[in-house]
Design a protein around this ligand. Structure first.
Ligand code: NAI
Ligand code: MG
Length: 495
């Protein structure tokens, strides 16, 4: 690395530098003793746990061990849950004051904080994401979401002055597996704060923290039926969306399923918000602070194994600095520690499921087939579980599937540009429009380009930073409606 010229570093030298004894970390596994996983759970309906006829397992994707079993909700079970939500809405939830609703939300938020470690360990076991992410991101943000919306519950008249905002009624909510507890918090907190009751369906591979949240909800003495949980996969989700007595459907997940849901609610009175996929462009200009940008690229695509709808999965880098950025990026990626998600040193955990791993492999194969060049981190994969090496595709053309489709894994597609206008054109050349990032030393450039990006979220000199006060949502095939902030109240009220 003469004169700091990283371009001179060979791949083998990087490996040696980073995987010699100098960089060896002792194992630091988090204990699982704090969790008490039951062999089987029920649906949470009207404040009670209810079993079902058919069951499915949830596994730990890092070990492939079965953690527990959940019942699969059919139409009868869903009707029971919707009826419970309707009764709770009419009899209680819509009639109490915002101050009373706020008290419950504060209680739930505080209980998540008190049991944060238990939630973090459980989430890591069920999902495969590193403990340092569940501990420092998922769980604190979930609590923050409840606390934030508790603050709005008694101030709705001020949030929307001159009108008396009314709740919609009963909401059916469907969430994905990439941020299980956080997505539950994003869905439940604004719905409850505005006086709606809920039937929520967690994703089939990650139901455990939702079940723990139901325990917290019970302990918070939330009136029975205000929050109901039904478990199951796509069939259950589709049946929930079809239920005629819902006033609102809220979905986060794939664009394919989003489109199906849109068709299913078309022509009904149900309101709909969709938070779907993305192919975020993280744009690095030659005047950017390069070292910080390299860390931002890593945060943008390798955070949560790339299972992030707003991931910066397309790196748009200015041609003049492309070689330097890619070299530095490879050195940085080679230092990421992949393995046991429960280890506090782990940076990259397990892919959430076998089908998701197969999807990543299929898209990567298409990238190679179409002529892009693949580089993968020189790390060992554990012998059990679903893992994928952090990877980079260079020589990517705009038309390649890896430039257009959501891989939803730790795979970055690098595209170069020469001028800001070209960067914007390439960034906007996507069916999606969820998130983007801009790295530049010039504030004026940041603001100008942010306005030209057709995405709901734009980060400036950072990436993947979240706050409950900040609205989140997409354009185009990334969906519509906003979650978070004042905007996040709107999909749940009639004004
Ligand atoms: P998915 O969209 O099938 O699953 C998300 C949720 O929708 C789950 O709770 C699932 O049970 C439910 N669901 C599935 N089919 C349904 C239907 N017909 N009606 C109602 N609900 C239904 O996503 P999947 O199959 O797990 O992942 C496939 C791809 O989707 C990923 O590779 C990724 O590209 C994308 N995805 C995007 C997410 C995001 O946050 N935007 C989250 C999860 C997946
Ligand atoms: Mg699981």
């Amino acid at each position: 690395m003469k004169n700091g010229n990283v371009a001179l570093v060979e791949k083998s030298a990087i490996t040696e530098l980073l995987f010699g004894d100098l960089w060896h970390y002792a194992p630091a596994p988090e204990s699982t003793a704090v969790t008490k996983i039951k062999p089987q759970y029920g649906h949470f309906i009207n404040g009670n746990w209810e079993d079902g006829a058919e069951h499915f397992p949830t596994i730990n994707p890092a070990t492939e061990e079965i953690l527990s079993h959940f019942p699969e909700a059919d139409e009868n079970t869903i009707s029971k849950a919707v009826d419970a939500a309707r009764n709770a809405y009419k009899r209680y939830w819509k009639t109490i004051s915002g101050i009373e609703r706020a008290k419950y939300l504060y209680k739930i938020g505080r209980a998540i904080q008190e049991r944060a470690r238990e939630f973090a360990v459980l989430e890591t076991m069920d999902n495969g994401k590193p403990i340092k992410e569940t501990r420092d991101v998922d769980i604190p943000l979930s609590a923050a979401h409840f606390l934030y919306y508790a603050g709005w519950a008694d101030k709705l008249d001020y949030a929307f002055p001159g009108v008396k905002p009314q709740p919609l009624g009963v909401a059916g909510q469907i969430i994905p597996w990439n941020f299980p507890l956080l997505m539950a918090a994003w869905k439940l907190a604004p719905a409850l704060a505005t006086g709606n009751t809920v039937v929520l369906k967690p994703a089939e591979t990650t139901p455990l923290t939702a079940a723990l949240l139901a325990e917290v909800i019970q302990e918070a003495d939330l009136p029975p039926g205000v929050v109901n949980l039904v478990f199951g996969a796509g069939k259950t989700g589709a049946a929930l969306v079809r239920h005629p007595d819902l006033d609102k459907v809220a979905f986060t997940g794939s664009t394919d399923v989003g489109k199906r849901i849109q068709k299913s609610v078309a022509g009904t009175h149900k309101r709909l918000t969709l938070e779907l996929g993305g192919k975020g462009a993280n744009m690095i200009f030659e005047d950017a602070p390069i070292d910080q940008a390299v860390d931002g690229i890593v945060q943008g695509i390798y955070f949560n194994q790339g299972h992030v709808c707003c991931a910066g999965s397309r790196l748009l880098v200015q041609e003049s600095i492309a070689e330097e950025v890619i070299q530095k990026l490879k050195i940085r990626i080679a230092s990421l520690r992949l393995g046991n998600p429960l280890d506090k040193n782990t940076d990259v955990g397990a892919i959430n499921s076998q089908p998701q791993l197969a999807k990543i492999q299929e898209l990567v194969a298409s990238g190679i087939e179409e002529g892009a060049h693949l580089w993968a981190a020189p790390c060992e994969l554990p012998s059990k579980g679903f893992f994928y090496k952090p990877s980079i595709f260079t020589e990517v053309a705009q038309s390649h599937r890896i430039a257009q489709e959501e891989i939803f894994g730790p795979v970055l597609s690098v595209i170069t540009f020469r001028t800001p206008a070209e960067a914007i054109e390439k960034a906007n050349n996507s069916p999606y429009g969820l998130a983007g990032g801009i790295w530049s030393d010039k504030g004026s450039k940041l603001f100008k380009l942010a306005g030209a990006l057709r995405t709901g979220i734009v980060w400036g000199n950072t990436y993947n930073h979240f706050d409950p006060a900040s609205p989140f949502g997409g354009y185009k095939e990334s969906g519509y409606g906003r979650e978070g902030g004042l905007h996040g109240l709107l999909p749940y009220i009639r004004i």
